[in-house]
Design a protein. Structure first.
Length: 110
């Protein structure tokens, strides 16, 4: 006997996505404002970008418009480029001052 598929598929309501993405974004903001480690700051920025991506996908699915989902792929490509450039900068900072604490970056002044 084959399992039956219900006629009405229950989905997660849109306000739940909004609350979850807002919580992720706030966590990212708190991480950027309170941490001194450059890697954690970059990770917090990525959490904020993922919160925005989640909202774009949720609204795109809610409106049955794939444009938001296509836009997410471009945001992910830009985020990957940002991470690669950011990590290269962090490596160069570490080579110069042997720390990735952003409070010590005033040593790099010429």
């Amino acid at each position: 006997m084959q399992p039956t598929i219900p006629d009405v598929v229950q989905t997660i309501p849109l306000p739940y996505y909004i609350w979850f993405a807002s919580a992720l974004f706030v966590i990212g903001i708190v991480g950027v404002l309170t941490r001194r480690n450059a890697i954690i700051i970059f990770m917090s920025v990525e959490v904020m970008l993922n919160a925005v991506n989640l909202l774009l996908v949720a609204f795109s699915a809610y409106r049955s418009d794939p444009a938001g989902q296509v836009f997410v792929f471009f945001i992910m490509a830009v985020a990957a480029a940002e991470v690669s450039v950011g990590l290269a900068i962090i490596v160069m900072i570490y080579r110069n001052i042997q720390s990735i604490d952003i409070g010590l970056l005033n040593r790099l002044k010429g």
